[in-house]
Structure formats: C-alpha cells, structure tokens
Design a binder for this molecule. Structure first.
Ligand code: IYR
Length: 255
C-alpha cells in the first residue's frame, strides 16, 4: 500500500509502437488520450475519523432487514430524492448510467401494481416455482400477498435501460449499453444504503415476470423493470424472519 501510494500517477505519453500494433488501436489511443480530465475529489479521512465513519456506517447497515409490514407514517420526499441522488453516483459501464428510478406514491397506481403483482406471484407460488425454490423460500415466510405495496408511502420501481435512445438526424437511434445488470445492481445498492442511513425500511421485491410494470408506469420500450422497492418506516411490531447472515469467516478470504 505504502509503495503504491507514493508511486507517481503518470502515463507514458508515447506508448511503445509495439503496443499500438494496429491502426484502430492507434486511433483509439489518440482519441482516448485527449479525453478531458479533472482532479479527483478529495475524500480522505485521518485514520481515527475513518474508523469512526466506517464503524458508524457498519452499525447502521447491520440494522437493515427486508421489511414486509410498513407504517403509514409519511416519509419526507427529500429522503427518497437524496437516495436517488446517491444511486446516481454509482459507477456504471462506460458511465452510461442505465437506470431510471420511478417513485410511486399515488394510491390508485399502488393498488394497480399490487393487484398485478399478486396475480403473478400467486402463479409463482401455486405453479411456477419448483419445489426446491419453495423450500428455499419457506424460512422467509413469504407468500403471494403483498399488502406492503399499498402500505408503504413510496414504492420505487427501478428500471434498467437495456439500451439507450438517442436523437439523431435519422430519428431516434438505439445506443448499446454495457454491463447493464451489474451497473443497475450497484446503483440499487447505493440507493438502499442511503435509505437505510436515513432510518427507512425497505424491501427488495422482484415479482417474476414483471413486464406489466412498464405498462402500468408507461415506461419507454428500452426499459425493463429490475426491482420493486417499497420504502417507509417499519410498522410498530413489524416482524422479520429469524435468519442470519453468513459469518465473516465464511465470506472473507485474505491472502
Ligand atoms: N418473488 C416472490 C418470491 C421470492 C423470491 C425470492 I429468491 C425471495 O428472496 C423472496 C421472495 C415474492 O416476492 O414473494
């Protein structure tokens, strides 16, 4: 660490010709070397401050549980908006930011989503899910009933933009997006962390299939529903399944 810290961040101005052995790569390097750059933002803390911040964040995130019973206590919209801002800072393939966050608070829209979601989930639990899947789900105590969609003050539906749509002289053209699932997953992680940090309860819910959400929410053709996230305060007396996380020893390998 010490050594890499003191190493100069410097790029060879003229990569040896051997590495740019074709015209396409030479052209690419020429363009890439002219990409506008700016100073990296400062985000360093002294060790003591870093440990306090790290432990504080850990203590908060350790309280996160998937909540299925929400109170109707209103949530200041800024908490959700700031979470979307946090989500927007996620790294993404080629910085294409292939996500759209739809935040629903309208009771009628929530009812329509709930009805459609419960219809699909009923099929899943009754017929589509394998015995193995149902056995994996049983310890969570879930079923097709999804009151939380209407109980939670806000429901976020995150859409993945499987390709971009750009205006050009030829009309609207499709733009390929890279690493869409990874990018949206990371962004949703930031979103959940921000909401948790603000003391809110969330549930990541993935009805399957969920094509009907794009219809209900009138999303464009390039968007696919990725996850549904009810957001609110946990109901008084909310219960969660008594399950545990893997230990650090099970998931951390150092070498
Ligand atoms: N989508 C269904 C089933 C379900 C699937 C998984 I994997 C879970 O972790 C939880 C539920 C439902 O939401 O009930």
């Amino acid at each position: 660490m010490e050594r890499s810290e003191s190493r100069q961040v410097q790029r060879d101005a003229n990569p040896p010709a051997a590495f740019a052995d074709n015209e396409r790569l030479r052209t690419y390097l020429e363009i890439a070397s002219k990409a506008p750059m700016e100073p990296a933002p400062e985000n360093r803390l002294e060790t003591r401050g870093a440990l306090a911040a790290s432990r504080g964040f850990l203590a908060t995130i350790e309280k996160r549980r998937s909540i299925r019973q929400f109170s109707n206590k209103p949530v200041p919209f800024e908490l959700v908006e700031n979470a979307v801002r946090a989500a927007s800072r996620a790294p993404s393939g080629a910085n294409q930011q292939p996500w759209t966050y739809v935040i629903v608070s309208d009771a009628a829209v929530k009812e329509r989503m709930r009805a459609a979601i419960e219809r699909e989930e009923y099929e899943t639990y009754a017929r589509r899910a394998s015995d193995e899947w149902l056995a994996a789900l049983a310890p969570l105590g879930t079923d097709w009933r999804k009151e939380h969609i209407v109980q939670a003050p806000y429901v976020a539906i995150v859409f993945a933009q499987v390709y971009g749509l750009k205006k050009s002289e030829a009309g609207i053209v499709k733009v390929k997006h890279y690493y869409v699932a990874e990018s949206v997953g990371i962004s949703v992680g930031f979103f959940l962390a921000s909401l948790t940090h603000a003391g809110l309860a969330t549930l990541t819910h993935t009805p399957n299939p969920m094509g009907f959400l794009a219809e209900i929410l009138e999303r464009p053709e390039n968007e696919r529903a990725y996850v549904v996230i009810p957001i609110g305060y946990a109901a008084a007396g909310a219960r969660v399944p008594a399950v545990s996380k893997k230990t650090l020893e099970q998931i951390l390998v150092t070498q």
